[in-house]
Write a protein that binds this ligand. Structure first.
Ligand SMILES: [Zn+2]
Length: 140
């Protein structure tokens, strides 16, 4: 994701994104490994997580941390160190949203499968060079 967008999230929730951490403990030094179109989904997720995380940290006595945010097979993947059901549920909602949202621009999108799998709107599916109906083996 664009570094300026990443920075907004990191500055707002510095305790959750350990971008200076050891890469053996957290993938966040690599940044958010997805397109800019999912920024709003993440922002809303973090806003909603605030009260849930505060409650969880108080009850569990440990600090919540997001260890990885990435795109894989057109899906938003979020890995955290600890969570309760409420946190997991809210993250699940974000994944559902990403599933219907273009990863490039944030417009409504859907899963596209070709030589790659991405969640994209019509415009960006075209720009990505979708080869509908082409057999897999013809694609590089
Ligand atoms: Zn798009």
């Amino acid at each position: 994701m664009d570094k300026a967008l990443e920075q907004k999230l990191i500055e707002r929730w510095p305790n959750w994104f350990n971008t200076e951490g050891d890469v053996r403990d957290t993938a966040m030094p690599r940044g958010f490994e997805h397109g800019d179109g999912w920024f709003d989904i993440l922002w809303r997720l973090c806003v909603d997580l605030e009260p849930l995380v505060a409650e969880f940290e108080q009850a569990a006595g440990c600090q919540f941390e997001i260890l990885q945010v990435k795109e894989k097979f057109g899906e938003l993947r979020i890995h955290v160190n600890h969570a309760n059901d409420a946190i997991r549920e809210r993250i699940g909602v974000a994944k559902e949203e990403a599933y219907r949202t273009c990863e490039v621009c944030g417009q409504p999108g859907q899963r596209r499968e070709g030589g790659w799998i991405k969640t994209l709107c019509d415009e960006h599916a075209g720009a990505h060079g979708e080869h509908q109906g082409s057999p897999e083996f013809e694609q590089q």
